[in-house]
Write a protein that binds this ligand. Structure first.
Ligand code: NAD
Length: 483
């Protein structure tokens, strides 16, 4: 597989495939083995500007194109993604490390965004209404915001690029994509698919780089750029907001999380354990909506800790391409070091290890064995930092008010989960939780038709659903004489 991948061109897409002006490349590696997968263009500022030039040149005619034409391009891209599911999934497994089963799920999820926005493209919104005094009439219209810079993370590389590019294209925008340098390959493959599906040259441009800060800050300064959409960590999001603020550039920010998973005494334990495993272990915990803090009521805590310990200890860890593997490696050494530091800190502060899965025999990659910690004190670093790994950390609570207070004691507000059979409690607690999304007796909340996003320092704006299109549209109203 590595040999086949080494044939991937080291070019980037700026209207057409090009070699980087810098002449440099960087290596993409497989976290399961440490082996080199491909050489990719290491673009500099000139290359980033070439990508923006292409997006700007293609902008006016794409903005004027019929919504049905944009929908047809996206629909065809969806079909191509379905046809190439195995190739795309294999690329994801190779560069991210997740299992093939999870990677196939990501391809399906990503393709679903492309299909959803193919359907939304022909519903651009707008309304017509008389002014209250009857003297005039307003017609609201939507227009594409213009050329966009889209910056994506490594953990769900195909789904995140699809979740941004599809609504942008549907709205009539052209884009420049900057994928994470750890995982650029599936993004390049996606851009090629959209082009093959009929998007004119310059509608989707991708540049890969190890100098994200240098190239992106230059693009953000450029007055031709009209929108920045970023998914990644909160510290980088803050930095980008500062840069964007200088130009009053429109932004969407999908940032980090610290999701609480609340389990009340009256929860159905079978359902709770299944949903807890989903909320924790999708992407091996390397997800922004991964449950990070398990807040469990005293009466059910012993049973919860024992049962989730058994499930986590049974997780089979190994290379994502191997049969029978449930969990691949973490993305890199830094991810392993961070999870290790947070677990060690919690244990040093009095947390108790309930159970841990075995490591693979003779591990070559960046693996981390799933672990369950109970009695984690509130001052442990894991209660305030995203662990981004397969660690269940349990903190026990006595009453509902305390649970909500602890759950909200974070700068983040992306996802939260509530497990209870009491409908009133579920509604009450969900209403009190400071987060953009709440799963009630469900650990899987992502859906293409729902508005995904956070509050507080988890971000600005929403992706997916009809709301996802609004992020790429300007609203204008026309004032005409009253009838
Ligand atoms: P990151 O912030 O390190 O990097 C994200 C992207 O930003 C990458 O493409 C990176 O190259 C780029 N980048 C880094 N510094 C930059 C700079 N100074 N200027 C411009 N671009 C820069 O995040 P990551 O480690 O790739 O991803 C993990 C983080 O993303 C976690 O915090 C996770 O919660 C978050 N995330 C959020 C969502 C969401 O929808 N809210 C989804 C997935 C991941």
């Amino acid at each position: 597989m590595s040999a086949a991948l080494s044939a991937v061109p080291s070019g980037y897409l700026a209207g057409s495939w090009r070699e980087p002006a810098s002449g440099r490349t960087f290596t993409v590696t497989d976290p399961a083995t440490g082996a080199a997968l491909a050489q990719v263009a290491d673009c500099g500022i000139d290359d980033g500007l070439a990508a923006l030039d292409a997006a700007v040149a293609a902008g006016p005619s794409w903005a004027r194109s019929a919504p049905r034409r944009r929908a047809d391009v996206l629909r065809r891209a969806f079909e191509l993604m379905r046809e190439r599911r195995e190739v795309l999934a294999t690329l994801i497994t190779l560069e991210v490390g997740k299992t093939l089963t999870e990677a196939r799920g990501e391809v399906d999820y990503a393709a679903d965004f492309v299909r959803w926005f193919a359907e939304e493209a022909v519903r651009p919104g707008g309304r017509s209404t008389p002014a209250p005094d009857g003297q005039s009439h307003f017609i609201t219209v939507t227009e594409p915001v213009g050329p966009c810079l889209l910056i994506t993370p490594w953990n769900v590389p195909l789904a995140m690029v699809a979740r941004k590019v599809s609504p942008a294209i549907a709205a009539g925008c052209t884009v420049v994509v900057k994928p994470a340098d750890l995982t650029p390959l599936v993004t390049l493959a996606f851009a090629a698919i959209v082009r093959e599906a009929g998007a004119p040259a310059g509608v989707v441009n991708v540049f890969t780089t190890t100098d994200a800060a240098g190239v992106c800050s230059r693009l953000i300064e450029d007055p031709r750029l009209r929108k920045l959409s970023f998914t990644g960590s909160t510290p980088v999001g803050r930095l980008l907001l500062e840069q964007a603020g200088r130009r009053v550039l429109r932004t969407s920010m999908e940032l980090g999380g610290n999701a609480p998973f609340l389990v009340f005494d009256d929860a159905d334990l079978d359902v709770t354990i299944d949903q807890a495993m989903i909320a924790k272990m999708r992407l091996g915990g390397q997800s922004c909506v991964a449950a990070n803090r398990f807040l469990v009521q005293d009466g059910i805590a012993d049973d919860f800790a024992r049962r989730i310990g058994e499930r986590m200890a049974a997780v089979r860890v190994g290379p994502g391409l191997d049969d029978g593997v449930d969990l691949g490696p973490l993305i890199d050494d830094r991810a392993v070091a961070k999870a290790t530091r947070l677990v060690d800190d919690a244990v040093a502060r009095g947390a108790v290890v309930i159970d841990q899965a075995p490591m693979p025999d003779d591990p070559q990659g960046t693996y981390f064995a799933p672990i369950v910690l109970d009695h984690v004190p509130l001052d442990a670093a894991i209660m305030s930092e995203e662990v981004f790994g397969p660690v269940v950390s349990i903190h026990r609570f006595t009453d509902e008010d305390a649970a909500v207070r602890i759950a909200n004691d974070t700068e983040h507000g992306l996802a939260a989960y509530v497990m209870t059979q009491d409908v009133d409690r579920a509604r009450r607690v969900a209403g009190s939780l400071e987060s953009g999304m709440v799963g009630i007796n469900r650990g899987l909340i992502s859906n293409v038709a729902a508005p995904f996003g956070g509050i507080k320092q988890s971000g600005l704006g929403r992706e997916g659903g009809p709301e996802g299109l609004l992020e790429y549209q300007e609203l204008k109203y026309l004032s005409v004489p009253g009838l």
